[in-house]
Design a binder for this molecule. Structure first.
Ligand SMILES: [Zn+2]
Length: 112
């Protein structure tokens, strides 16, 4: 089993000391299982079941009414995910083309 590179300086000379991984170049120490757990916290999928990440480009798969306004995001409107949050309805904090920043429901988009 090969060890991952140091997340702080990218060194490949990482060694293991019991639970911890240690970087000899910048002395960074971390627990790899804790890092993995953090990444697991929020998993949001688009309408096709594709896992979404911050920075992903999206398109709307249907016309979406914007809550509290008369604006409609047309099908095919593009957006970029700025942040993924935990939530029942709106998991994606997006920058939407022509509409600015807003929360979008993952089930109504697909990864572009
Ligand atoms: Zn390092």
């Amino acid at each position: 089993m090969s060890l991952p590179a140091c997340p702080q300086c990218g060194s490949e000379f990482v060694y293991q000391d019991q639970e911890l991984l240690i970087c000899p170049e910048c002395t960074h120490e971390w627990n790899p299982s804790e890092v993995a757990d953090e990444e697991d916290v929020i998993k949001v999928k688009d309408s096709n079941g594709t896992l979404l990440q911050e920075g992903d480009k999206l398109t709307m798969i249907k016309d979406l009414k914007v809550k509290g306004s008369s604006m409609v995001l047309k099908i095919g409107t593009k957006a970029v995910i700025k942040r993924i949050v935990e939530g029942k309805d709106h998991q994606l904090d997006c920058k939407v083309d022509g509409a600015g920043d807003m929360m979008v429901t993952a089930a109504f988009v697909k990864k572009a």
